[in-house]
Write a new protein. Structure first.
Length: 292
């Protein structure tokens, strides 16, 4: 792994030979930024294929350091030094987010609505996503320093929340399933849990976790709240987790039917992506639904 600048480590760098960083006008760029990682993904729109990916882990000891870390990352990146992409979508992975029914959503008081549901600092931009398959808006906060930096790089960037992308993908992918499905996207210090039954969203939230026991606790907590039977429930895991990890092994002792998920199948993947397990980077691959 390559240390880039201060407190960032390059995890993966994938570049298909067809990628031309000097002529990005035919590409869509997808960015993920959160407290623990930063990733950028390139899709060739004409070929409907993902052709490049770079990802870094971040030390989130102080969120105020993130803009400087991202500047250092951009200076070494093979992907994001150019700003002439056909379209740029950036998904926030910061936890300050909440779903609000359309009937209760007030654009002029979005800050107050989000603050009522979850603590939000004043140095944040408050944005919202329209949930296409739900009668709801997804309110979320992104640190102002991050928002202004990404916007300075890509003036036409579209901001969304990573939860929006994953929820929309799950509801579309499994719309014909008649039994509840549990989806867990694992970060290095965070777990996002989605439960759906067909096109109905039963649950979505993210939790800060530090141990395998905490991870499993939140899964079982959700099962209890929704009256789901861990003996019969189907659960899929994605993200920074593997079958040999203590977290996965412990989860399998409480949830009988678990598996690592596959990549979203909206687009194809160049052969270089074979070096990455297919359950990783689900949170950025699913961003494609935001571009449709």
């Amino acid at each position: 792994m390559q240390v880039t600048g201060n407190k960032s480590i390059l995890k993966h760098a994938i570049l298909n030979e067809s990628f031309d960083g000097l002529k990005p006008e035919g590409y869509d760029l997808f960015i993920y930024v959160g407290p623990e990682s930063f990733s950028c993904l390139v899709a060739d729109r004409l070929r409907k294929e993902f052709i490049a990916l770079e990802s870094w882990s971040l030390d989130n000891s102080d969120l105020r350091d993130l803009p400087e870390m991202l500047k250092s990352i951009r200076n070494t990146s093979s992907i994001i030094q150019n700003n002439r992409f056909r379209r740029v979508i950036c998904c926030s992975g910061f936890r300050a987010a909440a779903l609000v029914p359309n009937a209760l959503f007030e654009p002029s008081s979005a800050m107050e609505q989000l603050q009522f549901l979850i603590p939000v600092g004043t140095e944040n931009e408050i944005l919202s996503d329209e949930m296409r398959q739900l009668e709801a808006r997804h309110l979320f906060a992104i640190p102002t320093g991050i928002y202004e930096l990404i916007t300075s790089w890509f003036p036409t960037v579209e901001f969304h929340h990573t939860g929006t992308a994953m929820i929309e993908y799950v509801l579309s992918k499994y719309k014909n399933q008649h039994e509840p499905l549990l989806h867990i996207n694992a970060g290095e210090r965070m777990a996002e849990i989605i439960v759906n039954k067909g096109k109905n969203l039963l649950f979505y939230n993210s939790f800060e976790v530090h141990t395998p026991e905490e991870f499993v606790y939140y899964i079982l907590f959700v099962c209890e709240q929704l009256h789901l039977n861990p003996e019969t429930l189907l659960a899929s895991f994605s993200g920074s987790i593997d079958a040999s990890d203590a977290t996965y092994v412990l989860s399998s002792k409480y949830i009988r039917h678990i598996a690592l998920t596959d990549r979203p199948d909206n687009y194809s993947y160049s052969e270089e992506f074979d070096q990455i397990p297919p359950h990783q980077y689900f949170h950025i691959f699913s961003q494609l639904v935001c571009a449709s």
